[in-house]
Design a protein around this ligand. Structure first.
Ligand code: FDA
Length: 515
């Protein structure tokens, strides 16, 4: 390829010079000839679909232990014409933190060594390094307090670097909004290798990095987050319903009330089959109603009896615990084992080949649509998980332009579609991807329109891609307005100012105007 032996030598020499002969930087650089290279490459690559011999591989993986080594890498990759991919938790749906589809050759900057979480209980804040996983963040908060929490996603191996960059939501979204709404400062290395904080980067750039998507504006090394209050006792339940148990009717009904319930109550749906993480979900298609309530069981049951009696939840379904334990329970698929190990594990709970897509729903879908999708789930697909998160509550109060993540008032719920398979042959992969695409086109009349919205953290290259990493404003707007709606133009303007040469890019990042 383009990277000759000289370029590689020059790059390494550049790192030596730039780091003023700091020998530790070389313990952090892996080349394909290094015996640890394959394991380092795979360790954070969530979707095994992008871990094949055909997947383009990085010429180097740099695993910095401090900011100055990132600055050196930013400088030297530009000097030697290499592109970079930033990786925190590696959960990008399209694997874009681990692969580049077009030249020039690329270097992965993997932030897994930067994982410190410092919680300040008095100030109710924390500094979180970008390589910290959500599990590590929740664990650190839980060690210090039973009544503080952070509103972000449920999967413990997701990284804060990518997750907060694209928005980030989970069980507290109806009460406190998304992760990006609750970030109050950040450390970022820009295209010139400067280490900036909120004051020195300015409000425009600080706005853009809270939801404008990763790998676009710079390398976030740490976030300062606002912790939110939760009661010392919360209640959870997970009940699953088959077709015979009126699963279809209950899903239909849930659409009308999920976003209208008291904001202390979150009923998240996992609809699908063969996913151990669905809460009791087995071979048959089921709808599970997975609930976090910020309060005790008696108050929860009285709300359920009043607002959603059809679900038939009884006391025996419910468990009182701390918020941290609830987070563990959700992550562990609602098992009774509440060991914190699941939060600190590096092994993902969803380690299968998958294709994902997303939708936002503004009007309840007709019963016949739910029936049809249920029927299709019973077809020849191995693993299906449609995660449906209701909004309303705080999400309706936050303006669309608060941060780049725009999907707020008027959205009843979000759908995160996943189709997954175990044995990654070309035929199996294509069958599952086609199945999902066909569902996606079938539901088009019953989801948000003009534009049909999508969630940037559920990255989907079907929506369009940059050519050779460079693209026109016009082309990028096709997927850009789906992800960012009216915030897209402001993101392009900021990108044009802070990264005019488009150094921070991938197949679906926001281009500066000049391209
Ligand atoms: P990864 O490292 O792959 O980064 C994602 C993107 O951000 C890449 O483009 C990367 O280059 C860039 N990036 C990473 N670190 C950066 C940094 N420090 N600075 C700048 N750019 C950076 N979402 C959600 O909202 N709620 C949820 O509950 C879940 N659950 C979930 C479960 C599972 C199993 C998966 C696979 C995914 C989710 N997600 C989710 C989606 C998740 O939020 C999304 O994939 C995030 O971008 C992942 O962030 P990572 O750091 O893990 O990924």
């Amino acid at each position: 390829g383009v990277t000759s032996f000289n370029t590689k030598q020059d790059f390494l020499q550049c790192l030596t010079l730039y780091s003023k002969n700091d020998p530790t930087i070389f313990n952090e650089v892996y080349t394909p000839s290094n015996s640890s290279y394959p394991s380092i490459l795979q360790s954070k690559l969530e979707n095994p679909r992008f871990n094949t011999t055909d997947t383009p591989k990085p010429v180097f993986i740099v695993t910095p232990t401090n900011e100055s080594h990132i600055q050196a890498t930013v400088y030297c990759t530009q000097k030697h014409g290499l592109q970079i991919r930033i990786r925190s938790g590696g959960h990008d749906y399209e694997g874009l933190s681990s692969r580049a589809l077009t030249p020039p050759p690329f270097v992965i900057i993997d932030l897994f060594n930067l994982k410190r979480v410092s919680v300040d209980v008095t100030e109710k804040t924390a500094w979180v390094q970008a390589g910290a996983t959500l599990g590590q963040v929740y664990y650190a908060i839980g060690q210090k307090s039973k009544t503080l929490a952070f509103p972000a996603g449920g999967c413990p191996t997701v990284g804060s670097g990518g997750h907060f960059s694209g928005g980030g939501y989970g069980l507290l979204v109806r009460k406190y909004g998304i992760a990006a709404d609750n970030i109050i400062d950040a450390h970022l290395i820009d295209v010139n290798g400067r280490l900036l904080d909120r004051a020195s980067m300015g409000e425009d750039l600080f706005w853009a990095i809270r939801g404008g998507g990763g790998n676009t504006f710079g390398i976030v090394t740490a976030w300062k987050i606002n912790l939110v209050p939760v009661p010392p006792v919360v209640t959870i339940f997970s009940v699953s319903r088959t077709k015979e148990q009126k699963g279809i009717e209950l899903l239909h009904r849930w659409q009308y009330l999920g976003s209208k319930l008291h904001e202390d109550l979150m009923i998240l749906i996992f609809w699908g089959k063969n996913n151990s993480n669905l809460g009791g979900n087995v071979n048959a298609v089921t709808a599970s109603f997975n609930t976090l309530f910020l309060g005790g069981v008696d108050r929860l049951l009285s709300i359920m009896n009043e607002d959603f009696p059809e679900l038939g939840v009884v006391k025996e379904d419910c468990q009182e615990m701390t918020w941290l334990e609830a987070q563990i329970s959700f992550a562990a698929g609602f098992t009774a084992n509440l060991s914190t190990d699941v939060l600190l594990s590096n092994v993902s709970i969803f380690n299968v080949n998958f294709k994902g897509k997303s939708d936002f729903v503004t009007h309840p879908q007709p019963l016949k649509v739910i029936e049809e999708i249920w029927k299709r789930m019973e077809e020849n697909v191995e693993i299906v998980r449609f995660g449906m998160t209701p909004f309303g509550g705080k999400m309706s109060e936050i303006s669309e332009s608060n941060v780049p993540y725009p999907h707020r008032a008027g959205i009843l719920y979000k759908i995160g579609y996943l189709a997954a398979w175990n044995n990654n042959t070309v035929e199996t992969a294509q069958r599952h991807i086609n199945w999902l695409r066909s569902i996606y086109s079938y539901v088009a009349p019953y989801v948000s329109k003009n534009p049909r919205r999508a969630y940037v953290n559920y990255r989907d290259l079907d929506l369009g891609t940059n050519d050779q990493g460079y693209t026109s404003y016009k082309k990028a707007s096709i997927w850009g307005v789906k992800y960012f709606h009216n915030n897209f133009d402001r993101l392009v303007k900021i990108k044009t100012v802070v990264d005019p040469t488009n150094y921070f890019r991938n197949e679906q990042t926001i281009p500066p105007f000049s391209y």
